[in-house]
Design a protein around this ligand. Sequence first.
Ligand SMILES: *Cc1c(COP(=O)(O)O)cnc(C)c1O
Length: 344
Amino acid sequence: MSEKVQQFASDNYSGICPEAFEYLVQANKYHEQAYGEDHWTARVCDRLRSLFEIDCEVFFVFNGTAANSLSLASLCQSYHSIICHEMAHAETDECGAPEFFSNGSKILVGSGENGKLTPESIEKLVLKRTDVHYPKPKVISLTQSTEVGTVYTREELLDIRNMADKYSLKLHMDGARFANALARMGSAPKEISWQCGIDILCLGGTKNGLAVGDAILIFDKALAEDFEYRCKQAGQLASKMRFLSAPWLGLMEGDVWLKNASNANKRASDLGRYLSEIPDVSVMFPVEANAVFVEMPQQIIQALHDKGWHFYTFIGEGGVRLMCSWDTSAETVEFFIADLKEVV
Ligand SMILES: *Cc1c(COP(=O)(O)O)cnc(C)c1O
């Protein structure tokens, strides 16, 4: 068993990117107002508004679970329901936080190939029951890029928006890896968010190179009413807010967030290509962002673990999940493939 410098278990195994780190240092020089009244937070909010080309409301919370569940709670009453893919983080990895923070809104799980919810699946859930005895569907939650490393195209997003309009549903996007989707698509941020009718975007920072923290962008300002109270009550209002907000400047200046995401995507695509050439190993989903899912025999999985590689086998539909990070190096990919070739 050898010590690995980098792992494929998750993109949150990585550290802080230097550009973001530099802003932690900058924001540490002087006293500042607390609870988000500081000038760093104002600067970052403005920067996000110009990046997304819209005058939206912006909030910062400690993690993605809080971002998703507080956003979803703000879109729902307790008697409403939230439609998401069966593999969605909100359903499988948030310990019931969306239901908890919404005081009981029910999650209804839909399906679709490659981790993507389809308009048909949404409609089926909406029409399954329309009586008062069943929680009324109110929000669709989409993950971009998805839990299995695929990316909704703009057309797919617009089709879902049409379905949402048909039944007066709001649209939430879990963008823990929004940057990876954006880097893949080469679009402007607005083109795959509010211009596709996304009402609230949870924009992930942690997996993109921050120490901690995700941003919530509420495009329809009316939906942001009292949102700061929701954050505070949930224990998500940072008193030294500048340390959550300022590092975003490091990500946004010079498009570092896209460079970070592109590196992760590139490593995943290389890894996927190498893996597809190895007998006994099969790639499960198209590699469109920074995740590669593969099926391989149990003894090979064990042999890789024995060689010191960490990765999960229970996410999505099962199989081995290999995540690349903003700093995953070409060497790490080569080492992994070399170790794998030794054990097959
Ligand atoms: C990582 C992740 C989140 C956020 O998870 P936290 O651990 O709460 O920060 C949200 N959605 C998806 C799809 C994720 O992969």
